[in-house]
Design a protein around this ligand. Sequence first.
Ligand SMILES: CC(C)(COP(=O)(O)OP(=O)(O)OC[C@H]1O[C@@H](n2cnc3c(N)ncnc32)[C@H](O)[C@@H]1OP(=O)(O)O)[C@@H](O)C(=O)NCCC(=O)NCCS
Length: 181
Amino acid sequence: MKPSFRVGLRALQEGDAEALYAAIEASRPQLKRRLRWIAAVRAPEDCREFIRGRALAGERLEELVYGVFEARRGLIGIAALQNLRKNPGVAEFSCWISAPSRGRGLACQAGRLLVALAFKNKGLRRLYARLEPSNRPARKVIQKLGFRYEGRLRHAKRLNGRWVDQECWGLLKSDRNKRGS
Ligand SMILES: CC(C)(COP(=O)(O)OP(=O)(O)OC[C@H]1O[C@@H](n2cnc3c(N)ncnc32)[C@H](O)[C@@H]1OP(=O)(O)O)[C@@H](O)C(=O)NCCC(=O)NCCS
């Protein structure tokens, strides 16, 4: 039986800036471990600017950034398809969830919605995800979404003052068809 979805995705609006800032503040140390841009977010105004920038990037079809919303808590994270113009039909999958909302399967639910949107509505054929080998929760999420391991890039990214490896994971539209999803 498929799970009943407790989260929804929608494009961010400027009015979401305060809630986005609150979601970041609630998990700043956890997010800082994984996401380089967190340090640059210092006030709700930075989130407003981020949302404006993403709207423009969406219009140019460079990236599609959605808020992850839960009925009770409102905005709890972000799910995005990025680097859409580098290689038509291909996008980078990414997602984060605010710390107080983690561990309840919500990232998996948001991820399933994003994958369905990518393949059914946006006509994409391949999604890829990059993650540090130490990022066990993210690996679990993308494995559950059906991504396959494709290899490891050594010292591919500088994060918090040190070089880190990146695992490469990929999901093809045809993989999903084989799984019957
Ligand atoms: C990765 C992330 C989105 C997962 O969020 P989440 O809400 O905890 O994910 P879910 O509740 O859907 O959990 C998914 C699975 O990971 C498991 N998990 C959660 N934390 C874990 C941990 N520390 N170690 C191992 N597994 C873990 C959960 O148990 C669950 O598996 P299960 O259903 O078999 O129990 C969240 O940790 C995050 O925002 N991290 C920072 C951003 C990031 O790394 N993004 C990369 C994604 S592309």
